[in-house]
Ligand binder design. Structure first.
Ligand SMILES: NC(=O)c1ccc[n+]([C@@H]2O[C@H](COP(=O)([O-])OP(=O)(O)OC[C@H]3O[C@@H](n4cnc5c(N)ncnc54)[C@H](O)[C@@H]3O)[C@@H](O)[C@H]2O)c1
Length: 441
């Protein structure tokens, strides 16, 4: 970990002075769940921030002080926009005026589970057109190790500028946890690694102006791998506990009770919980960036493939539970009214990307179930050819079976147990409730 001062160029000295004095003009490319909170933090720290996004709708809303990200309150955003500290544009020529750029664009997977680098490439091409000496560029999008130095660096260095001397390049993994009130962008420690020691030093200085804790590491590759280790760790442990849940179900053991008891061990154990499957833009996707890269080095990432397979089985496992519960109640799935409660990929947020609820709904519909959903955070849902609208929670009384897929805090679980005839609870949301009509994972 480079903690000592490194010798830097005059360009670095000028940029560092601008950063320290808050005169550096900060740019954030991609104003989504990651980029908008980051833009807000730097504006709050006193920097002049320009957000660049290809979405006219998002830039318009930011400029109107109207937040579309759950973790950014409109009351926080609006004054920053009004005071001129934060603005948004679709025009990449704004880069000409900027000193720093953080890239926070999507990194999805292709259908083949190969990384889709098109967003990084297209945003970097645009940045490169207006790039100039003296800039700091930090990639934050989750990606495979090597991306920053192998893909981004050549695009920026094309004009003959030298990294570490004329401009500075880092990778810093984004660790945002949407909906977590305790840990937000400002107090989640920020890991940063540069292409050169001078790059790391400038990157570290930059983040330390706005965020509480900065953790410098020795290279961009280390920083890229940190994120993949964190998310792969989660994915594999969730896979393990999901397999445990399937084993316990077969043996008639309550997996939730097992986990709670195991979690009393004060060392060497960390509880993970089973559920209907992985969701979101990170955990189901990021580990495959790593397995894709390691395959090129001749190593099969077997833990990742196995956990991916097990986690992918969970929506089917849930649907089997629903089917069996309905059969036991003397009703075939076909023609039964099935209400899915919660479709966001996790509690108290509105994001449905990769949500297992979508698979559960589609599988039930294919079996002939008459599906509906209730989610106060997701008023409307597009599901292949279907367009569904959220129904009130009270609809549970008229359903043949209710499936709790996402355990939003705002659901009234007491009333649900009173009214619903049959409940499949995939999250242990009804912990402590005892009723023959409750079927747990
Ligand atoms: N959402 C999370 O919880 C989370 C957590 C950690 C890391 N990440 C990572 O951060 C990155 C961004 O994720 P996100 O959730 O903020 O995505 P997002 O889809 O919410 O936001 C991305 C934004 O980038 C914009 N965009 C797309 N192409 C662009 C381009 N060429 N130029 C400018 N803007 C462009 C989109 O319009 C969108 O507003 C991803 O790599 C993701 O894996 C996300």
């Amino acid at each position: 970990m480079p903690t000592t001062e490194v010798s830097t160029s005059r360009t670095a000295d000028i940029l560092e002075e601008k950063i320290r004095s808050r005169r550096a003009r900060v740019g954030i490319v991609g104003l989504g769940y990651v980029g908008l909170p980051l833009a807000v933090e730097f504006a709050r720290a006193g920097f002049s921030v320009t957000g660049i996004d290809i979405s006219e709708e998002k830039t318009r809303r930011v400029n109107a002080g109207d937040s579309y990200v759950g973790d950014v309150a409109g009351a926080t955003l609006a004054p920053l926009v009004e005071s001129g500290k934060l603005r948004a544009t679709t025009d990449f020529s704004a880069v000409l005026e900027l000193d720093t750029v953080n890239i926070c664009v999507p990194t999805p997977l292709r259908k083949t589970k190969d990384p889709d680098m098109s967003f990084i490439v297209s945003s970097c091409q645009e940045i490169a057109r207006h790039f100039h000496a003296g800039m700091l560029v930090i990639l934050e999008s989750t990606t495979y190790p090597g991306t920053t130095d192998e893909l981004v660096l050549p695009m920026l260095a094309k004009g003959g500028l030298e990294v570490g001397r004329d401009f500075f390049l880092c990778f810093s993994p984004e660790r945002v946890d949407p909906g977590n009130p305790r840990y937000q962008t400002v107090n989640i420690p920020k890991v940063v690694g540069g292409s050169t020691p001078a790059c790391t030093q400038v990157g570290r200085l930059f983040y330390s102006q706005a965020l509480h804790t900065v953790v410098p590491v020795g290279s961009t590759q280390v920083a890229e791998m940190v994120k993949l280790l964190e998310n792969t760790f989660r994915m594999i442990n969730i896979g393990l506990v999901n397999e445990m849940a399937m084993m316990c179900a077969r043996m008639g053991i309550d997996v939730w009770e097992v986990i709670d008891a195991a979690a009393t061990k004060p060392f060497g154990y960390m509880p993970f919980y089973p559920g209907p499957g992985l969701g979101g833009h990170c955990i189901p996707i990021d580990p495959f960036y790593l397995s894709w890269k390691t395959r090129q080095a001749g190593i099969e990432a077997r833990f990742i493939e196995l956990a991916g397979y097990i986690n992918g089985q969970m929506p089917h496992f849930v649907v089997d539970k629903v089917q069996n519960a309905l059969n036991d109640a003397g009703k075939p799935v076909k023609g039964s009214r099935i209400l899915v409660m919660g479709v966001a990929y996790k509690r108290d947020i509105e994001d449905v990307r990769e949500s297992p609820a979508l698979d559960v709904l589609l599988l039930l519909q294919r079996l002939g179930g008459v599906i509906s959903y209730s989610d106060p955070h997701v008023p409307e849902l597009r599901l292949e050819g279907l367009r569904l609208q959220s129904v009130p929670q009270e609809a549970a009384a008229g359903a043949d079976c209710v499936v709790i897929v996402t355990d939003h805090k705002s659901f009234d679980y007491g009333r649900l147990v009173e009214r619903a005839p049959l409940i499949v609870d995939t999250r242990n949301a009804l912990k402590g409730a005892t009723s023959p009509k409750i079927v747990r994972l």
